[in-house]
Design a protein. Structure first.
Length: 328
């Protein structure tokens, strides 16, 4: 009962629904601006030609690419020779067995670009959380409920559940809008084709376009849910949350938006691994680099998984306290 009441209260303002519509439209504008109008035609022509390329040619390209990769990064501490060798063995075996298919899937490639989804998602949640906190600050409902038996805990958990469900709704709406327009604009081409083209994509994984898209979307969803939980905790659990919700919103906005700006302007592994940026994770699956921490070597996806797990545990510990010492 409390959950449904909080949901209706959160989504009753017209501005929330308009903002959600804007996030969906932003995906369409982004694709329109960044995609060649003739991309569908080019993809169809390429896929028609790719069907005639023999598997031996793919193996030759693979050998040439890996040789140049090892030569280029032989002295670099950021790349693991062992990881390159293992990936090469798997890819060459798949190529010799004819499992790697040439082709492109414009829509699947477009879905792996989560940049605009990431920005729209974060900005919407900052607005959503901030507007709710400010509204509650001037409302008498929260103080009345918080003095009832277990009222503070119930209210806090209900709001957290509403916020996480709203985050899921925004993520799904943004990606469905992106998928629908990509289907209309570019088409799906050859979704069973390999993601390796050895020009723009040189993934160590033996995946086709749909498998790579699924990996990116799963990490995007997980990163989005953890990001939403962190935003909620910052908005409601900072010392200034009760008396100065606007100040709490400003601090949270800086903590979320600054990493996105840094990752746009400084293209390196550490900025890309910052939490809000992990929704844009396509690079992790197209990279041979490793992250060395002392004597431990991690691939980017392993570092990302450790980061998300740690953040989720910290959020769980904070949420577990429920209403204890939480300003609502």
């Amino acid at each position: 009962m409390l959950l449904s009441s909080e949901w209706r209260k959160a989504w009753s303002p017209l501005t929330a629904r308009l903002f959600l519509g804007f996030v969906c439209l932003a995906q369409i504008f982004y694709v329109s601006y960044n995609t060649d109008p003739n991309y569908r035609e080019y993809a169809e022509q390429y896929n028609a030609h790719a069907d005639s390329i023999p598997a031996e040619e793919f193996t030759r390209m693979l050998d040439s690419h890996v040789a140049s990769l090892i030569s280029e990064h032989s002295g670099s501490t950021g790349y693991g020779a062992v990881r390159i060798d293992r990936a090469y063995s798997r890819l060459r075996a798949a190529s010799e067995n004819g499992e790697l298919v040439f082709g492109v899937s414009p829509a699947a490639e477009g879905m792996r670009d989560q940049a605009m989804v990431n920005w729209g998602f974060v900005l919407f949640l900052l607005y959503f959380a901030g507007s709710q906190a400010i509204a509650e600050n001037i409302s008498a409902a929260a103080p009345l409920l918080s003095v009832t038996r277990h009222g503070r805990r119930r209210l806090f958990l209900a709001r957290f559940a509403v916020f996480q469900l709203s985050a899921l709704l925004v993520w799904a709406a943004a990606n469905l809008s992106l998928a629908a327009f990509l289907t209309f604009r570019c088409g799906w081409g050859s979704p069973g084709s390999a993601i390796q083209d050895f020009v723009f994509n040189s993934s160590p994984h033996v995946w086709n376009q749909l498998q790579a898209m699924t990996a990116v979307l799963c990490v995007s969803l997980a990163a989005g849910q953890v990001t939403a939980a962190v935003i909620f905790c910052l908005i409601y659990c900072l010392p200034c949350s009760s008396a100065q919700p606007l100040k709490s919103l400003v601090i949270t906005s800086g903590a979320m938006v600054l990493p996105l700006i840094l990752s746009m302007n400084y293209k390196n592994t550490w900025t890309a691994l910052l939490l809000p940026c992990l929704m844009q994770n396509n690079w992790m699956w197209n990279d041979y680099r490793v992250i060395k921490i002392s004597f431990i070597c991690l691939s980017p996806w392993q570092a990302a998984a450790a980061e998300l797990t740690l953040a989720a545990i910290l959020v769980w510990l904070r949420i577990r306290k429920g209403g204890k010492n939480v300003s609502i």
